[in-house]
Design a protein. Structure first.
Length: 578
């Protein structure tokens, strides 16, 4: 199954690469002429040693030198051009897949985040860097290696066999390098990602780490992971460095051996001095692509691993099909026998759930921790898909809406609100490139956050650093509520909306809920605190993923909650479900 998934992803990558097939052919043609022009040096040396020095003709030397200057200039232009073409090939490949990979990373991270998913965009960049690097051009030059070797054979068979033997040794070294360094490189990459992930977590939660005296413990844990990463990096570097040094030593030895053998053959009158020098130059040209690939082998390995990771990612997260645009729905949500299994798990978090939320109503969802409230919120917002049954918005299944369109119809306030780098206005506008100022202010007013935002030094233009937020939990919660209201949704899903709000914030939230109901919208509130369901007409009680009760709030509380009178009279007290 995994191989099938990876093959599907690899096929998609190959299709994206094939869109620039014409440019690859163009680079191949340029490589043909560039490699032909590489014969300029050996032919020049043959002519100088065997003709110019013999005839002592200065005119011939000048003419040959001018011709060589022209040919080298043409070769330089061809090299420069094919490098520019490959740079654009890599850029087109990355541009073609940027949105696809970004969507796949976001969609998979939303349901089952892991290190491999987090590296998706880095994998794409690794493949792009390989495409624009000289090592890929070396692959175009590699087919010319046998031709150059054949040229050496024409000078003398002994020189040819020496060159072939040296080339075979270099190729064997390349395969050994790949075989022995693959695992260390892989382990080093994983360890480095783990260390980077933990450092990001510690940076984001720096305030908590400082406040709770966790710096020493956090450093100890991070340093262990970092030390492991360094150890693996050193191991990989040692393996790669060994083969790089061995390759360099062998190449230098081959150059000297070629000259030494050539000199011996000249002394035996079996070849000329010009052929000796030309053979040495041809050997360098023949081995240049192999040497380039060996020197850049870590880049090749990273690109190969990135390609495999991308193939698995794109094969697992298939492209979303375009959907017919539906009219703006009514605020009616119906669940029938809804069953939800969290990604990566076998046991359902919600089983056979039935309820209906009508326009102008507010539905409270209560229950102990782990009852399935947050699972229901993720399902309604389209993050998790039903494993059985259905959930419909105005008669249409949720997956019939484009994800971005569904996000406009269903506003969502999660338990933990996360703001992004940018201004407050940009955060409320859901990171829109050009926020609608009128809609931003209107959403803030509905969330009763407008006056609070104006108190900031720069108001709506106050910049937020996601890693170093200086806002209180209540302020973040109100901005998050404004963000949920920005697209004028027909349904609001609030997951523990007053967990960080004071009394004034809770009252402001309740007024926003009343305003939505009066406007024909509906609200669903996942709650632990009784005050959160003060504006709810309907109540749904969950326990262990199953429905315990559903109906009018007072009737459900009276039948299922022990202290229902105290909750009705003093809604900020905790309840107990019988």
């Amino acid at each position: 199954m995994q191989n099938r998934v990876q093959k599907m992803g690899a096929a998609e990558l190959r299709r994206a690469r094939a869109e620039t097939r014409n440019l690859y052919w163009l680079v191949g043609v340029f490589s043909l002429f560039a490699n032909l022009l590489m014969l300029t040096g050996p032919l020049y040396m043959l002519s100088v040693y065997d003709r110019v020095l013999g005839s002592r003709s200065e005119e011939t030397l000048i003419a040959l030198s001018l011709l060589v200057l022209f040919l080298y200039g043409v070769m330089g232009i061809l090299d420069y051009t094919r490098s520019r073409i490959m740079a654009r090939v890599g850029a087109r490949f990355q541009t073609r897949l940027d949105r696809r990979v970004f969507d796949a990373v976001v969609r998979k991270s939303a349901v089952a985040p892991d290190l491999q998913t987090q590296s998706g965009l880095a994998d794409l960049e690794a493949v792009q860097r390989f495409m624009t690097s000289p090592v890929l051009i070396a692959f175009f030059d590699l087919p010319w290696t046998p031709i150059f070797l054949a040229g050496i054979f024409m000078f003398h068979p002994m020189l040819g066999w020496l060159a072939v033997g040296g080339g075979v040794l270099l190729i064997l070294i390349a395969f050994l390098n790949q075989w022995l360094s693959r695992e260390p490189q892989l382990r080093a990459g994983i360890a480095d990602q783990q260390a980077g992930s933990m450092s990001d977590q510690l940076r984001i939660e720096a305030e908590m780490v400082q406040a709770m005296g966790m710096r020493d413990a956090a450093f100890t844990r991070w340093s262990k992971i970092r030390s492991c990463a360094l150890k693996e990096q050193i191991s990989a570097t040692d393996v790669g460095g060994t083969f790089t040094s061995l390759t360099k030593m062998l190449r230098l030895f081959l150059q000297s051996a070629m000259l030494g053998l050539g000199a011996y053959l000249v002394l035996q009158n079996e070849m000329t001095a010009g052929a000796m020098i030309a053979g040495s130059i041809l050997l360098g040209r023949a081995l240049a692509p192999i040497e380039m690939m060996l020197n850049q082998w870590p880049l090749v390995q990273r690109a190969s691993k990135g390609w495999d990771n991308l193939a698995e990612l794109l094969g697992t997260v298939r492209p979303e099909q375009s959907r017919t645009a539906l009219p703006r729905p009514k605020a009616r949500l119906v669940a029938k026998s809804l069953t939800v299994v969290p990604p990566g798990e076998k046991q359902a978090s919600l089983r056979g759930l039935n309820f209906e939320l009508k326009p102008g109503e507010a539905l409270g969802v209560i229950g102990p921790s782990g009852a399935g409230k947050s699972t229901l919120a993720r399902c309604i917002t389209g993050v998790w898909r039903p494993a059985g049954g259905s959930i419909r918005l105005d008669s249409a299944a949720l997956d019939q809406y484009e994800p971005d369109v569904l996000g406009q119809h269903i506003g969502y306030l999660p338990q933990r609100v996360q703001l992004f780098d940018g201004t407050i206005a940009e955060n409320i506008a859901r990171l829109a490139e050009k926020p609608d100022d009128v809609a931003v202010v209107e959403a803030a007013k509905k969330a009763e956050a407008h006056e609070m935002i104006l108190e900031f030094p720069e108001g709506y233009d106050t910049r937020i650093n996601a890693g170093q937020q200086r806002l209180s939990g209540g302020q973040i919660q109100r901005i998050g509520l404004a963000r949920a209201l920005y697209a004028d949704p027909v349904i609001m899903v609030l997951d523990e909306p007053n967990s960080n709000l004071d009394n004034d914030g809770t009252e402001a939230l309740n007024r926003a809920i009343r305003a939505m109901k009066a406007d024909g919208r509906s609200v669903m509130i996942m709650a632990h605190r009784p005050s959160a369901i003060a504006e709810c007409e309907m109540l749904l009680i969950l326990d262990q993923g199953a429905r315990v009760a559903f109906g009018p709030k007072d009737d459900v509380l009276k039948s299922n909650v022990q202290n229902h009178r105290q909750i009705t009279q003093a809604p900020r007290r905790a309840w107990g479900i019988s």
